[in-house]
Write a new protein. Structure first.
Length: 495
């Protein structure tokens, strides 16, 4: 009798989400209990779970209701660009000389023709921000160039000049996750600000990297305290690189923050000029956007000096989804417009609008009802975006069944792996979903989303979408509910 009592105690101690469910009805009841918890009485949940092999709806609730998807938008962006351009596509950015080279001097300007590549900088070079620019300096020296009499011109016209998404919150714009997009991008459009506590009652010390000598202006409203917590506050003038820092730090404490620059093309050409000068190549002029240069480059008559090719699209999509990189996602949507879109009386190629127009027929072919979707950007940062669990799961199923297996593989591998990578690294620390679920997270104020794939105990592959809006409980509580549902799916033994 004592043994039976002990067994019962142990069984009751096992969390419900860790126990296998054998029938669809039992699973449905368990999911409903998780999502119907009193912590979510003011929240809206939409959920859909589908067996990919059979098309069976395992669970559905508000699946046709429209929700703010946050970064689940990236699923639509990356699926469309992989379908259109393929996982092996690479951006090609070229450096040209506009002038004659005589006696070691280029009598004219250098022109960089941008392709929309978001990868320039340190991500793929071990943190070495200027590796490519130094290689371009080598290419100039190989052609005998030691001096440039003109300017360094940045041609970013592969994209339009609308670097921000519709509906982005103005108080997000100082931060890296809201960096504006350009056809020429350097360092993912950010500088790194370091704030260091000095002496009690004194302002903290501020330093910015890279330091381009006047490119950034810092307004220091910081305070150093004897002890206590570190609090940080940053703001940026909307069209300028003037940052007001109002942080408070104890003595010796250090805070770092990646901050978005206002004009990424200006950033690119300024950094190129600075690098060429450090490498011993004199540049008489400054960096300038092609729109203010006063002429259009005739590339067929210019001398190509150097070429940079990006990592493949599969790697770029991997960063987009695994890290939930907004800049990459916005670049990809505009890339879709630039390479697959068309000019019209309403928008130009290389715009978000052209990208979304090019994406819609692709998504429809994958089985998505695009009339159920409203997109205002390619990343999900806008609270004007809307989608449904039904449309999201249709996309997931369509990509699983994609006729090109390399496209499916690149898409699937781009999604964070529960307990191991990206935005799911610190979730699913135990349980059957660990190392199993592949899903895209999403978060903006009041919206927390999770959509992806999970395999059940019997090997069934499920596509799911869990969209939560308008909650007032802690986001961590929403995470836990989503994770409990995914764990129930991973433990499901029904057939």
């Amino acid at each position: 009798m004592r043994l039976l009592s002990a067994v019962l105690v142990l069984l009751l101690a096992v969390p419900a989400a860790a126990q296998p469910t054998f029938t669809r009805g039992t699973l449905s009841d368990a999911i409903t209990e998780v999502l119907g918890n009193g912590d979510f009485r003011d929240a809206s949940w939409g959920a859909l779970v589908v067996d990919i092999a059979t098309g069976e709806r395992i669970y559905a609730s508000n699946e046709f209701r429209r929700f703010i998807p946050a970064s689940n938008v990236k699923l639509f962006t990356t699926a469309a660009v992989l379908d259109a351009l393929g996982p092996d596509f690479r951006y090609t950015t070229r450096l040209y000389a506009d002038g004659d080279v005589r006696g070691g001097t280029l009598h004219g300007s250098l022109v960089v023709r941008g392709a929309g590549d978001p990868t320039f900088g340190g991500r793929y070079t071990g943190g070495d921000l200027t590796q490519t620019f130094r290689a371009w300096a080598d290419s100039l020296r190989a052609r005998g160039v030691r001096r440039v009499t003109g300017r360094v011109v940045g041609d970013d016209d592969v994209f339009d000049d609308m670097g921000l998404g519709a509906g982005w919150s103005w108080d997000d714009l100082a931060f890296a996750y809201a960096a504006p997009v350009s056809g020429l991008q350097f360092g993912e459009g950010t500088v790194t600000l370091t704030t260091r506590g000095t002496a009690p009652g004194q302002p903290a010390a501020l330093a910015v990297e890279p330091d381009l000598g006047g490119f950034v202006t810092l307004v220091n409203h910081t305070t150093t305290t004897a002890d206590g917590p570190t609090t940080t506050a940053y703001a940026r003038a909307l069209a300028e690189n003037t940052y007001t820092v109002s942080s408070s730090l104890p003595v010796g404490a250090v805070a770092t923050q990646a901050l978005a620059v206002a004009n990424p093309t200006d950033y690119f050409v300024r950094m190129l000029v600075a690098t060429l000068r450090r490498e011993g190549i004199e540049v008489d002029g400054d960096g300038v956007d092609v729109d203010t240069w006063g002429q259009r480059p005739a590339y067929d008559r210019l001398m190509r000096v150097a070429t940079y090719r990006s990592p493949p699209m599969s790697a770029i999509v991997g960063v987009t989804n695994d890290d939930s990189n907004n800049l990459y996602a916005e670049s990809l949507m505009r890339t879709l417009g630039a390479y697959e879109g068309r000019d019209s009386g309403y928008f130009a190629r290389g715009s978000f609008e052209a990208g979304w127009e090019a994406a819609r027929p692709i998504l429809r072919r994958l089985g998505v009802d695009t009339d159920a979707i409203t997109l205002a950007d390619g990343s999900g940062l806008s609270n004007m975006n809307r989608t449904t669990p039904e449309a999201t799961v249709a996309l997931l199923v369509g990509m699983y069944r994609h006729p090109r297996r390399d496209v499916w593989d690149a898409f699937y591998r781009s999604l964070p792996l529960g307990g191991f990578t990206g935005t799911l690294r610190t979730r699913y620390e135990t349980g059957d979903a660990r190392g199993n679920v592949r899903a895209k997270t999403g978060y903006i104020s009041g919206a927390r989303t999770l959509s992806g794939y999970v395999t059940t105990r019997t090997g069934r592959i499920l596509a799911f979408s869990l969209l939560c809006n308008h909650y007032s409980t802690r986001t961590a509580r929403v995470n836990r509910a989503q994770d409990d549902v995914v764990e129930l799916l991973a433990d499901y033994e029904g057939r």
